[in-house]
Design a protein around this ligand. Structure first.
Ligand code: HEM
Length: 541
């Protein structure tokens, strides 16, 4: 009996050892083969985007584990760490594109100027299948709903109808002005109704800002009824927003219970809000820019699209959740980063006073803001684009529908393309001292008149915080007015004094740092905060 057990154990031991040796051999073999291929390809074809070269496949970064490829290294949650490593490899091997295996998919990172411009122009690339994955994982849609919401194999007309809605009702100047005016009205009312601000109060600036901007953005886009029905909507929303990329990458429910719970709770509330709104339809012929139940016109036009596509109420609510994400998740941290830099004692000493001079010039006689003049202020604009350069970690992701050369980089059908902003926004060949926040970076001086202006002209393929091409952010015009308007209202109407930094900020001298997260967060979240004393000026708003 004892001999039998011994034989069994020893057989199991041998089997296990065999298994371990096989795994080591397979991984070692995989690494050697992929390393050799990489070295040959990288050395043979430096800088594929150079005009003299024929198109070549970007060299595939070597890896150990077949199938998994570089997934684990890529998932590093120290934002920027992976890109810094890739930048080193790019300099070492003189490459402007690499490929990795990411969760089993051959993924081409393209960061040459010509390659990125080609990504935005190409008709061989699309996003619908990725959007369908977003629909199911991030928005909790059924497969059926996500295919209807993000149709792929349909006539061109139908495929572009959401884009048409955005161009008419989100990008047009009438839509941008209507959204801005409702946003500013609500933001001012939020500040007016906060009694503590008349006395003066100490707050954590970004935390304070996030709450006020959340109410104002949600009301401007979705109407006032949503927050009247669910005053605590922001609690689940914030958890969902923080976990968005984890959900997108398919983190199992077991490891992200709170994220799934927050998603499902938010969708449920939006379902109830939709049902309530549908039960009070507008009168025939009525089509206002904004109304309390569904807010801005763009939302009602989206709802028409949901009905055309026959989405279930659950699918509709999911689609509305991502619309909220669109308006809140980028512009709010963008306003936060800009304010933090303006108010930081470590910024250049005259930065704040020069911004204040500009802002005063955009104030009308009655004290209100002249938005057209505000959005033309040179230093404010330059600082706005500088914050987007430094704090946008965008991955433009596209699927390759048919094989194509993108500015010298050859990508095959079935692969994936990603254009990472970090690689170009922080490329010293494109931007001097790229790690430094330089609010004057985009200022220009007219050679004849000496007049100061600002410009981002000629930066296509180097600077693309709003993406590009067919899928370029349709909220970009409103985003700028919202961010500049937020900063202006606060700085012009309140005395704000720096008290100190709080939390776990990892920036220089305690300045808030970048919150951990997966690559591709768009405007990166803020870790740490700035304690300020804020008091309403006597002159009022
Ligand atoms: C600083 C603020 C913002 C930044 C940096 C930003 C950036 C982006 C980016 C990079 C994309 C994807 C583009 C692509 O795949 O090529 C996008 C999509 C989108 N954004 Fe923005 N965004 C901002 C603010 C806003 C605002 C305020 C709104 C709404 C009012 C908005 C609405 C949208 C929508 C609806 C989409 C999806 C478009 C589609 O599916 O085709 N964004 N945004």
């Amino acid at each position: 009996m004892a001999t039998d057990s011994y034989t069994l154990l020893s057989a199991l031991g041998t089997l296990l050892l065999g298994l371990v040796v096989t795994v080591i051999l397979v991984c070692g073999y995989t690494y050697l083969v992929t390393l050799t291929r990489f070295q040959i390809n990288a050395r043979k074809h430096p800088n594929s985007s150079a005009k003299t070269q024929l198109a070549h496949s970007p060299p595939l970064v070597p890896y150990f584990i077949p199938g998994l490829g570089s997934t684990i290294t890529f998932s590093n949650q120290n934002i920027g760490a992976y890109w810094k490593w890739l930048q080193c490899q790019a300099a070492r091997y003189r490459q402007d594109a690499f490929a990795i295996i990411l969760a089993g998919v051959h993924t081409n990172f393209i960061f040459s100027e010509a390659g990125i411009s080609a990504v935005f122009k190409s008709r061989q690339l699309s996003r619908e299948k990725l959007d369908q994955q977003l629909g199911m994982n991030v928005l909790g849609m059924s497969k059926e709903d996500s295919v209807k919401a993000f149709p792929y194999d349909v006539a061109e007309k139908e495929k572009s109808s959401v884009a048409r809605i955005y161009s008419e009702h989100l990008l047009s100047s009438s839509a941008v002005n209507a959204l801005t005016s409702k946003f500013m009205e609500t933001f001012r009312a939020e500040l007016e109704s906060d009694a503590s601000l008349s006395e003066g109060v100490e707050v954590d600036l970004y935390d304070f800002l996030w709450k006020k901007v959340f109410v104002s953005s949600t009301t401007a886009q979705c109407g006032s009824t949503l927050l009247e029905m669910f005053p605590d909507f922001s609690t689940d929303y914030q958890v969902w927003e923080d976990s968005l990329l984890g959900l997108l990458f398919g983190t199992p429910r077991l490891f992200a219970r709170s994220a799934y719970a927050a998603r499902d709770a938010s969708v449920k509330k939006l379902e109830a809000w939709l049902e309530a709104g549908y039960s009070k339809p507008l009168k025939d012929g009525e089509d206002p820019e904004w109304e309390p139940n569904f807010g801005a016109k763009v939302m009602r036009k989206r709802h028409d699209y949901y009905h055309q596509q026959e989405l279930s109420i659950h699918g509709q609510a999911g689609f509305d959740l991502i619309a909220l994400g669109g308006i809140i998740s980028n512009a709010t941290p963008a306003s936060g980063w800009l304010l933090l830099h303006i108010l930081s004692p470590t910024s250049p000493s005259d930065f704040r006073s020069r911004i204040m001079d500009e802002l005063e010039s955009s104030r009308k006689n009655d004290g209100s803001l002249d938005i057209p003049s505000l959005i033309r202020l040179p230093l404010l604009n330059s600082a706005f684009h500088e914050l987007l350069r430094l704090y946008v970690d965008l991955l433009v992701v596209r699927q390759v529908d048919s094989s194509v050369a993108l500015g010298g980089h050859y990508v095959k059908q079935g692969e994936q393309v990603m254009a990472p902003t970090w690689m170009t926004h922080r490329n010293p060949a494109f931007f001097e001292n790229p790690e430094v926040f330089d609010p004057e970076r985009f200022l220009t001086r007219d050679a004849e008149t000496g007049k100061i202006g600002f410009s981002i002209a000629g930066l296509g393929g180097k600077y693309f915080p709003f993406g590009g091409g067919h899928y370029m952010c349709p909220g970009r015009m409103f985003a700028k007015q919202e961010v500049l308007g937020t900063v202006a209202v606060l700085l012009l109407n309140f005395d704000i004094d720096f008290v100190g930094y709080t939390g776990q900020g990892s920036g220089k001298h305690g300045f808030p740092g970048i919150k951990k997260g997966y690559a591709g967060n768009q405007v990166v979240r803020i870790e740490g905060d700035m304690r300020v004393r804020i008091k309403k000026r006597i002159s009022g708003m």
